[in-house]
Design a protein around this ligand. Structure first.
Ligand code: AHR
Length: 679
């Protein structure tokens, strides 16, 4: 601190202009309310975000439904895959028979998602559906094994499960682990019992979960990852994506009805991210739908945030399917009814009373009370062609039916995959005409774009950076910045610099809170051994995780969201890295609950900047004079540094309290700061 922050109005007026800059925070009027939905999360099953990630199931291909039925499994002895099992949508199962000799074994080993990892002292719940189809009894020996062990035994921990009877039943066992280990296998084999005839045994839906899941749920989520989401204090939760909503073809689009009901009978879906990028193929990436729409709504409730489901609009991924093949690959407009019905049924599943078909299913799944869903997105990255209104003609059909039957829901359209350009220009005005409540905008852009300096191919400035929304139509739909992240030019990792630019850019969301109602960074999750796309917000292996700097940026915005925008300017201009503003970006808001003024400042320049704060205007509620000043700083000595599994806390926000008589603040070079001036 070079000089002192002026806190009282009188003192502020007396401040001499010795600082590099003066921020004028006008407290006379509480500006636009900042929506509770403002900062949220976007979930898509990309980078092993669901199976192998948040969804705590440890067995891959648990129902033997992958196209190669034993993918993820090693089999030995007398193993047969059959397809007349107890679950009609997942008919495959495995028959284990006598191996031909008392000293031979029949069984399977599951390789998990990039191996199976366990934690010291943890207990794991094994479960399996099984029967002895020809009668008798068998014992399944269930082991966690370390195949590379140099110890006397490969077994790390185990349990026995006795199977009896010719009817399918669910069996469970507990496996307690003493020490943390990685790269294990789950080995299941028929135990030979001396003097006993070994009964043929059928097994299906083989599952292993830690007992310590988020909220202790059986079909649960990984506790550490769910907690990381809760700690963001999200206001809205978009699900299930992303391109996954659309599918590479319509057969593989996300169909929410397949993701509810008993987990054993949720049919497998291909995961498009298994092959979307040929340079990063993950042939074993499928969607079990174990984390389905019920679990999603439950998470929204846990986090106290709004649900924002997105459904297919009848167009398969437009990047992968030309509209010229409309009849072959997309749903004809006149055949859209089942898709619209899916939307209506989803509303019923979330909100309908328990006498309705879908409300009843929700109750049977354990949640009779409605989930109170208020938002619905139709389509993901769709667009109109210049000669074919492919998306809007379909969206119109949805809107006609949905807005009539459910006027209480807010509907979300899209401005397409680009933040500018012909697709955007064509689509954005049509969203207003169609009367959607919000439109979803996507921008994975470079440093210049985030700093507001990007130009188009002809060298003309484009509407980007923190001023983007200052010029938006105030009478149109509200903005949902549904996918965004700063992608460094040639630097596709989560380094500090790009996160800093995200923080700078986001000041524009807050300043324009009258029209920006939601924003969600994307993608959310990535497994270090299974990613297709980066940067991402949270990374993990099978047991550990780390939060990126982008996570902390999102968290600071979420925790210090405030309730109303306050006008904050520098020489009467928005502070948005404009000429003469020395790389400063800032926004201020009032927090009604905390009775605090919150100032968020990013300094993207190479020099520290001293700021005099001028508190202008008079206010009944927002009085000058504060009892404490807290400042939280996010900075890094090196712009290319990032957090990692080895060093998860390398770059983290640091909080300190300033002397309440401080009269001037200084913003360190290349830093993001949040100031909380509390009365
Ligand atoms: O976030 C990854 C992908 O980026 C999403 O699936 C898609 O909507 C966008 O192109």
């Amino acid at each position: 601190m070079k000089k002192v922050l002026t806190l009282t109005l009188a003192a502020a007026l007396a401040t001499t202009a010795l600082a590099d800059h003066v921020f004028d925070i006008n407290v006379s009027k509480k500006g636009a309310p900042i929506q509770n939905t403002m900062y949220g999360i976007f979930f898509e099953d990309i980078n092993y975000a669901a199976d192998g990630g948040l969804y705590a199931e440890m067995v891959k291909n648990r129902s033997f439904e992958f196209p190669q039925a034993l993918m993820g499994w090693n089999s030995f002895g007398n193993v047969e895959v059959r397809n007349d099992g107890p679950f009609d949508k997942n008919p495959h199962y495995v028959r284990l028979g006598y191996a031909g000799h008392a000293h031979k074994h029949t069984g399977l080993e599951n390789t998990g998602f990039f191996g199976i990892s366990v934690k010291e002292g943890a207990t794991y719940r094994f479960s399996v559906w099984a029967r002895c189809p020809q009668g008798g009894t068998s014992v399944l020996n269930v082991q966690l094994v370390d195949p590379d062990s140099m110890g006397e035994t490969q077994e790390v921990a185990s349990c026995n499960v006795t199977i009896e009877g010719t009817q399918w039943k669910k069996y469970t066992g507990q496996i307690k682990v003493r020490k943390s280990q990685q790269d294990l296998l789950l080995r299941i084999f028929l135990r030979n019992v001396r003097g006993q005839r070994l009964a043929v045994t059928d097994i299906e839906h083989v599952s292993l979960f830690p007992t310590d899941t988020w909220k202790g749920r059986e079909n649960g989520m990984r506790k550490d990852l769910a907690q990381a989401l809760a700690d963001l204090k999200p206001g809205v939760f978009r699900f299930p994506g992303g391109c996954i909503v659309e599918g590479t073809d319509l057969q593989t689009r996300y169909q929410w009805k397949n993701s509810v009901g008993p987990v054993e009978n949720r049919p497998l879906n291909e995961n498009r991210w298994h092959y979307t990028f040929g340079h990063r193929l993950y042939p074993d990436y499928f969607q079990s739908y174990g984390l389905g729409f019920f679990e999603y709504f439950q998470l929204c409730e846990d986090f106290g945030c709004e649900a924002l489901p997105v459904i297919s609009c009848g167009l398969a991924c437009q990047f992968q399917n030309s509209i010229r093949d409309e009849k072959k690959v997309h749903v004809a407009v006149e055949d859209l009814d089942p898709y619209i019905q899916d939307a209506l049924d989803l509303i019923e599943f979330a909100n309908g009373d328990t006498t309705t078909t879908w409300g009843k299913l929700r109750a049977e799944m354990g949640h009779p009370a409605p989930f109170n869903m208020h938002y619905l997105g139709v389509g993901n990255e769709q667009w109109d062609e210049k000669d074919n209104p492919a998306f809007t003609v379909r969206l119109k059909r949805f809107m006609e039916v949905l807005s009539e039957k459910h006027p209480e829901i807010k509907y979300i359209g899209t401005t397409g995959p680009d933040s500018e350009g012909w697709k955007f220009d064509l689509l954005q005005p049509k969203m207003k005409e169609l009367g959607v409540d919000l439109y979803d905008e996507h921008f994975y852009r470079n440093e210049e774009w985030f700093l507001g300096k990007a130009k188009d191919r002809d060298g003309n400035p484009i509407n980007c950076g923190a001023l983007r929304y200052d010029s938006y139509d105030r009478k149109g739909p509200k903005v949902f910045a549904g996918e965004y992240a700063c992608h460094g030019k040639g630097k596709k990792w989560n380094h500090f610099e790009t996160s800093l630019y995200e923080a700078a850019f986001m000041t524009g969301f807050e300043r324009n809170a009258d029209i920006v109602h939601m924003c969600t960074y994307a993608p959310l999750f990535a497994h270090v051994k299974g990613w297709q796309w980066r940067p991402d917000m949270i990374w993990y292996d099978n047991t550990e995780m780390f939060k990126t700097v982008s996570y902390y940026v999102q968290q600071l915005y979420g925790l210090y969201k405030g309730s109303n925008v306050l006008q904050c300017s520098m020489e009467k201009k928005p502070i948005a890295g404009q000429d003469g503003q020395d790389g400063l970006f800032a926004t201020a808001c009032w927090d009604e609950k905390e009775k605090a003024v919150i100032l968020k400042v990013a300094n993207v320049s190479n020099s520290e900047q001293s700021i005099d704060l001028k508190w202008s205007g008079k206010s009944k509620d927002i009085k000058a004079g504060y009892s404490s000043i807290k400042v939280i700083t996010l900075s890094s000595p090196r712009m290319d540094d990032e957090n990692s599994l080895d060093n998860p806390r390398k770059i983290m926000p640091k909080a300190e309290y300033l002397n309440k008589d401080t009269q001037e603040i200084s913003i360190p070079a290349k830093s993001f700061q949040v100031y909380v001036f509390k009365r």
